[in-house]
Design a protein around this ligand. Sequence first.
Ligand code: HEM
Ligand SMILES: [Cu+2]
Length: 630
Amino acid sequence: MSSAAVTNKKGFGATLWDYLTTVDHKKLGVMYLLAGTLFFAIAGFEALLMRIQLMVPNNDFVSAGTFNELLTMHGTTMLFLAATPLLFGFMNAVVPLQIGARDVAFPFLNSLGFWLFFLGALFLHLSFFLGGAPDAGWTNYASLALYSPGHGIDFYVLGLQISGAGTLISGINFIVTIITMRAPGMTFMRMPLFTWTSLITSALITFAFPPLTVGLFLMLVDRMFGANFFDHTMGGNTVIWEHLFWIFGHPEVYILVLPAFGLFSEIIPVFARKRLFGYSSMVFATILIGFLGFMVWAHHMFTTGLGATANAIFAVATMAIAVPTGMKVFNWILTIWGGSVKVTVPMLYALGFIPSFVAGGVTGVMQAAAPLDYQLHDSYFIVAHFHYVIVGGIVTAIFGSMHFYWPIMFNRALSEKLGVWTFWIFFIGFHCTFFIQHFLGLMGMPRRVFTYQANQGWDLFNFISSIGAILMAIGVVLLVINIIISAKSKPLNCRDYWGDGRSLEWAIKTPVPFYNFKQTPLVRGYDPYWLEKHDGNEEGMIYAEPLGDIHMPNNSILPLIMSIGTFVAAFGSLYHPDGKAWAIPVLILGLAITVGAMIVRSVKDDLGFHVHVEEIIATEEQLYGKGGNK
Ligand code: HEM
Ligand SMILES: [Cu+2]
């Protein structure tokens, strides 16, 4: 591949092939963003169907069974297939640029991670067409899951196993990237906070996903081969599933929320036009939250009968997380305080985020008190709480960052005017939907019910909640329209789109060439690009090396083939308990495809290629005109 091949216009087939084989972190970032948006839309649609069902009492819009499927697929998809990949999209698009790297440490694995995630997600969604989706909730409690008829649960187990392998691979990749590939001068304590939170998140992924893998595997063996790990009638123990699940599940919420914190820690200083307040305490708080995130999983199990001592320990440990989180909130506020604030769309999201997230945090501390949790457990209060954290914290970060980073990712801007409309409609819809659910919970409405009787005092609140959900859906449609309009707009070709960029990703002109920085920048302090601007450096950065040949990785179709192999094997595994004669051969065929591709990868030397100096100069002139990236 030469640079000309990247910059010239290509036919549809060639472009498609380029995306199927790419190992470029920027393209994978775009792919994560698109796939995540697709699944966000699907899961959002499922939420809307649920809210329509719950809009009025005794509704029969969907059946109880369908409601369970919608509930399960909504939660599972939102967490695993929308929020995680959307955040990975930003990690891919931004982190290598932020640390001045040419790519991630293992570009091939980066692509493999994406394709495993995507094919696992596809597999999970095929359940809708192949006899029914999983219906035991996103937590898939063994006491429900083992007795669920049909293949729904098997789709859950196998789909998440494949997808989770992809997430784990990507997590490891980012740890290595961030530790080893920072530009000269970028010490740990000069790393931007999004890079910091990506690092801690990746560490959480590395420790949290293996317990899930084990749990899913045991569940698979229980269902496929009639083992009895979780079946209490046969000497198993269903609570073991709950432990394995929550040892993964609680860190998972921090896997999502830490990058969201990181993104806001980038957005707020840019638009407050002030250095991030309390940088080192932000780093410390991130590490502490990451650590404590692992110590508190049993707060999801207060009512399983762990005993008073265990409950007390987990209660206190959980409340402790409020301390570093509170530090972060104060630091964001103190960054805004006294800054000259420019209220752009990303900043609007940041301003909306702070109170919404705090509200979710406060109800979290309430549930951390074990006695109160006995009361709130499995009520709508819980639904209100986690949506405040997840939508108020994570979705706002994703929407805000889309506006913030769109110029870097797509060399186009999203409309601010439409963005403001989206923000307000979504934001009002969000509070309308979920605020009132706290009271529904306190009034006794249980979580995960498909309908309720009239005149228990729940009718009006449920109606309002559903109207809110419709508002949110309208907001999301506006965002999609915004994206479509921007795709048709003129390319930007600029540097530092917002004019107040601080970290390295803003120092580079868009469109970003496939090798990122033509010369590795030299980092002279925290907020390196701002420092250079402050010193009147026209060129953006000073460089750590003279212009020279750049080494880049080759594209490869193997990651896609390996992932397809696991996808095929999953079908064999799924249909084996039905006694289908073709099941085992298909399982073996799938594994053979994967292992075959792995063997090809190991024996074939792939040394990448060099981009020569003349080619770099030509590429830059083609992208930016005479003078290149000046
Ligand atoms: C965008 C608007 C959203 C609406 C209207 C919505 C609505 C709902 C509803 C009605 C339920 C079922 C509650 C019950 O009966 O117990 C639910 C559950 C859930 N939602 Fe959402 N949701 C939204 C966004 C999200 C997002 C963004 C996420 C995560 C990233 C998420 C994660 C979950 C989870 C984990 C569950 C629990 C599923 C379970 O109990 O198995 N939701 N949501
Ligand atoms: Cu938790």
